[in-house]
Design a binder for this molecule. Structure first.
Ligand code: BJW
Length: 285
């Protein structure tokens, strides 16, 4: 039996399937990964800018970084890997299997491909919230969607990744703000989870419940170095669940995977999943 056929047999047997995705699944959509080529913005990596300390020190720099990424992502669409995951979800639902999609990505390309009920571990590039609010889920008046580009006039023409185009920082009062209920202006920030911040407790409870009962975990395009997501494969393996990985290269969790598929997710996932989805849909009708 080929590795692919054995994986599809494992999908047949599983009752609680979890898919965990990272930046690699969006690579073929044109969005650079964090730790791969193109992961630097100016001379910074995400670890230097995706922190509350960086925002406190230099909100202009961090807003420029996110404005640039909003501009890039707005031009990108889902790729065949996102569509394969969405089809897998629909087939699992039809077949009466529990399915949870956990993503570390903030690009919302899973939703654009038709995935529903996506658990966004690290928030969303398209959500904003006032500085100081701890939550990361949409909530009236506290965390809301804003897809404006630029999000404020002062960011127009800013955020170029080429340091040569730097033209001084934006005064704090010109960065995104909103008037609170007392009429005071409050600074907004992207509702994304930065290093050292705690994930939204509602997200933690959904992700913990999914991982606790998971009997098959499919991990796609993550380097497995950022917690808590990096711990999911070891947890599921220690529970006796099946762990499968799709990645361009081996990761630190590869040794505990029953199935390791090496290559681009946009090519591999349709090959791996489409026939199972078709057969499962047919059986379920
Ligand atoms: C392809 C491909 C293709 C390429 N096809 N594959 C325990 C131990 C040690 C440290 C900690 C710990 N617990 C917490 C910490 C601290 C910290 C942490 O993990 N530090 C580590 C660096 C050591 N974690 C936190 O602070 C987190 N908070 C937290 O844990 O709170 C406590 C708590 C949690 C839960 C319950 C209760 C309490 C918060 C982490 C926030 C991470 N934020 C970022 C930025 C988000 C906003 C933004 O985007 O700007 O999230 S950092 C960045 O890394 C981003 C990503 O989601 C995340 C993961 O990156 P990812 O997706 O893996 O991307 P890459 O680039 O690393 O990898 C891409 C992979 O794809 C590679 O493997 C490629 O080979 C592959 N690939 N092309 C298939 N075509």
């Amino acid at each position: 039996m080929s590795k692919e056929t054995a994986f599809r047999a494992a999908l047949d047997a599983a009752k609680n399937i979890v898919v965990l995705t990272g930046a690699g699944i969006s690579a073929e959509s044109g969005i650079p990964t964090f730790r791969g080529a193109g992961g630097l913005w100016r001379s910074y990596n995400a670890m230097e800018l995706a922190t509350p300390e960086a925002f406190q020190r230099d909100p202009s720099l961090v807003w420029e970084f996110y404005h640039y990424r909003r501009t890039v992502v707005a031009k990108c669409g889902p790729n065949p890997a996102h569509f394969a995951v969405a089809s897998l979800q629909r087939a699992c639902n039809l077949a009466g299997k529990k399915f949870t999609l956990l993503t570390q990505n903030i690009d919302r390309l899973h939703q654009a491909a038709g995935s529903t009920d996506v658990v966004e571990l690290h928030g969303s590039l398209w959500l904003v919230k006032p500085v100081g609010h701890p939550g990361f889920l949409e909530e009236a008046g506290l965390v809301w969607e804003n897809r404006d580009n630029p999000i404020c006039a002062a960011l127009e023409g800013k955020g170029a990744p080429d340091a040569a185009q730097l033209a001084g920082s934006i005064p704090a009062e010109n960065l995104p703000h909103f008037p609170d209920k007392d009429g005071a202006r409050k600074m907004l920030r992207p509702a994304v989870v930065w290093f050292g911040e705690t994930l939204d407790p509602r997200v933690v409870s959904r992700m913990s419940a999914a991982i606790d009962e998971c009997d098959l975990l499919l991990v796609i395009g993550t380097s497995a170095v950022v917690y808590p997501a990096a711990a999911f494969a070891p947890i599921v393996a220690s529970q006796g669940g099946v762990v499968a990985e799709v990645n361009l290269e081996p990761t630190k969790n590869s040794a505990l995977c029953q199935f390791s598929f090496q290559g681009q997710s946009a090519t591999l996932l349709p090959l791996l999943l489409d026939s199972w989805v078709a057969a499962t849909n047919e059986k379920s009708l």
